[in-house]
Design a protein around this ligand. Structure first.
Ligand SMILES: [Zn+2]
Ligand SMILES: [Zn+2]
Length: 139
């Protein structure tokens, strides 16, 4: 028989094996701890490591991870961000503006756009300004 000191509780115990690490009371606990360590290892294995190569779930290209939160390649990330920005913008516009659809004769739209550009206005701003001036002058 060999005398060991249990790595968990520190009590001395006897074992037929010369490599035993835990007393009989702690053997179950040791198994639990091992399982826990295994689970943690497994978890860290599935989380994305910075600098590792991943396949982008959107476009299928491989990319190098530069941040732990990165879930797709840079190009797709940019696209998604701008999509998010656009939808936030359009939400803002929807909440704060009413839209009026109006028609211009064919070909006039570009001319109007150019005219607005030359005045450093957006087409929308130009129409609004025009309306304001019209109502000012015509009551
Ligand atoms: Zn023990
Ligand atoms: Zn991608």
């Amino acid at each position: 028989m060999f005398i060991h000191t249990c790595e968990i509780c520190g009590n001395e115990f006897e074992s037929r094996s010369n490599r035993a690490k835990y007393c009989e009371n702690c053997r179950d606990k040791a198994q639990v701890l091992r399982n826990k360590a295994y689970m943690e290892k497994k978890k860290s294995g599935t989380s994305i490591t910075i600098g590792s190569e991943q396949i982008c779930p959107i476009c299928g290209e491989t990319y190098t991870v530069t941040a732990g939160s990165q879930k797709c390649c840079k190009d797709c990330q940019k696209k998604q961000e701008s999509k998010r920005k656009i939808s936030a913008n359009s939400r803002y516009t929807k909440e704060n503006y009413d839209s009026v659809i109006f028609y211009v004769p064919k070909g006039k739209r570009d001319a109007l756009k150019k005219y607005a550009q030359s005045k450093n206005l957006s087409l929308n701003k130009l129409i609004q300004t025009a309306l304001e001036e019209y109502t000012k002058n015509h009551g």
